[in-house]
Write a protein that binds this ligand. Structure first.
Ligand code: BG6
Length: 511
């Protein structure tokens, strides 16, 4: 697909793409997995892009007993070898600092106040602090309370204080509301940045540009032209080292109220009146509230759960979910979720939104499919070769970031034959591929004070309201036939039947 204008989208709050202003990033959970896999590489990518402030420091906080040198060496190990020892690395490691402490210990926070004072003096960080809670969720409320007690949440004299909170944000609607109440007793909503890393993905952000910066799609983006929408998130990985967490959470909690609801809301929302954070988030929240709540009968008919048994993924034998480390051998936790939702508003009434997300699928693949209706009359049905097709728009989120549109075309030749062809655009082919984790934009946006890509309290709660009724029924009626799909397949038979009942099918994802 040809793109005439390649200019990048800039937020209204920052038209320039220049480095963020002076600040310290306080990283709770500095020795953890998220810090290692995403946060340090993202900060380093920002350093290379010269988007970090000149006056900047990262203060890592964790329970590990590390000297500053050991911490800096450890962080270097989180970066790819080709990035060690270059000028950016030196600049970056010089700005790394470390503080050891227990998150529940009030003394940690008085030491933190003193350390931040030193950094403000030595690094000219101006008293602006971004606290990143990359910790177990049980510490979220507690750390925020302690920051408040230590006076670290107070913004005065032009200094800002912001807190980034990782997921999971609660484990159901009630606990999400309780956590919101707790952190809002210390912080103003404008200081809270609830992260969903799916909003850091280029293609996810592009959904809005695609829809609202192109005049040709919006007129047909509704129930009159669209038959249904499919959102697929397929992972090949199992639970890796997170069996303990995952076995108490399950795929429904882990993926649906957050990541899948983000994809749904961006696909289904109305055009916001501006690109201001709250204008965008108001529309996302509205559409989440319009998702029809499922009653118990609906949960039985419109949702499917599954758990993987042993199988073959990528040519390797892999164990069943119940044999994974940290997982109970009789676990009834789901690793596959499928569901059919409807959005009750004028644009979408009657259009099914079919969602599926799972671990240990045949291929890693995330996409949104807009399946258009067929023509009202099939003019070419009697042609020599007529491959029945309908127009399909596929937004590929990962691993390939792409958009493609299929349509019918005449196959060249004297005899009239009709086939289906694709018009496609791939991000990396058009714009080149820069290594990024998806967290860069989120960290940068928090530093410049742009919360557009972060979730507001009402959005998080709206996401949980969709899945709470499902959790209730699933808890009351434990599954009887787990495991019900082999690792390396496309999930349980029930998931196919969920769509086949309405004469639809999941789009085939090529191996
Ligand atoms: C996380 C979930 O939020 O997202 C994981 O907790 C999941 O279970 C991951 O694997 C998927 O993220 P991505 O970016 O790999 O699709």
């Amino acid at each position: 697909m040809a793109i005439a204008d390649t200019s990048t989208l800039q937020k209204e709050s920052d038209q320039s793409g220049r480095a963020a202003g002076a600040c310290v990033m306080v990283l709770f959970g500095a020795a953890g997995d998220l810090t290692k896999r995403k946060l340090i590489p993202s900060l380093f990518n920002l350093a290379k892009a010269k988007l970090l402030p000149k006056d900047f420091a990262v203060l890592g906080v964790s329970v590990d007993d590390l000297t500053l040198e050991q911490f800096r060496t450890q962080v270097t190990g989180f970066l790819p070898a080709e990035d060690h020892d270059n000028e950016h690395w030196q600049w970056f490691t010089d700005r790394l600092f470390y503080l050891r402490g227990e998150f529940s210990d009030p003394n940690l926070y008085s030491t933190l106040v003193a350390r931040l004072g030193d950094l403000d003096r030595d690094q000219q960080t101006a008293g602006n602090y971004m606290f990143y809670l990359a910790t177990s969720p049980k510490f979220f409320g507690l750390i925020v309370q302690q920051l408040g007690n230590a006076g670290l949440s107070k913004q005065d004299g032009g200094r800002w204080r912001r807190v980034i909170i990782e997921k999971p944000f609660g484990h159901n609607l009630e606990s999400a509301k309780a956590l919101n109440r707790e952190i809002k007793s210390v912080l103003d909503e404008s200081q809270i940045y609830r992260i969903d890393h799916y909003l850091g993905k280029e293609t996810v952000q592009n959904i809005m540009v695609f829809r609202f910066d192109n005049a040709i799609f919006e007129p047909i983006w509704n129930r009159r032209y669209i038959d249904h929408v499919q959102i697929t998130n397929a992972e090949t990985v199992g639970v890796e080292q997170r069996g303990g967490y995952f076995d108490t959470a399950g795929t429904l909690r882990d993926m649906v109220p957050n990541h899948l609801m983000q994809l749904l809301s961006l696909t289904a929302m109305e055009s916001p009146p501006s690109f201001q954070a709250d204008a965008v988030r108001n529309e996302q929240a509205k559409v989440l509230h319009a998702v029809q709540p499922l009653d118990s009968e609906d949960v039985l008919n419109l949702t499917v759960r599954g758990q993987y048994g042993e199988g073959i993924v990528g040519g390797e034998n892999v164990p069943s979910y119940r044999s994974e480390a940290g997982v109970s051998p009789n676990s009834r936790t789901e690793t596959y979720v499928g569901m059919k939702l409807t959005v009750d508003n004028w644009r979408w009434a009657g259009v099914p939104f079919c969602l599926r997300t799972a671990k240990r699928m045949a291929k890693r693949h995330t996409e949104i499919v807009i399946q258009f209706k067929s023509t009202p009359f099939e003019l070419f049905r009697n042609s020599a070769f007529h491959k029945l097709h309908t127009n399909t728009l596929v937004i590929g989120i990962q691993p390939v970031e792409a958009i493609s549109l299929s349509f019918g075309a005449k196959i060249p030749g004297a005899v009239l034959r009709v086939g289906s062809v694709d018009m496609s655009f791939e991000y990396s082919k058009y714009f080149g591929a820069d290594p990024h984790t998806g967290y860069e934009v989120l960290l940068y946006d928090c530093m410049i004070g742009d919360p557009t890509l972060f979730q507001r309290a009402d959005m998080v709660e709206a996401g949980w309201s969709v899945i709470d009724p499902i959790l209730d029924v699933w808890t009351a009626l434990p599954p009887r036939k787990f495991p019900n799909y082999a690792a390396g397949t496309w999930g349980p038979k029930d998931a196919d039947e969920l769509l086949e009942r309405d004469h639809r099918r999941w789009r085939t994802i090529e191996p």
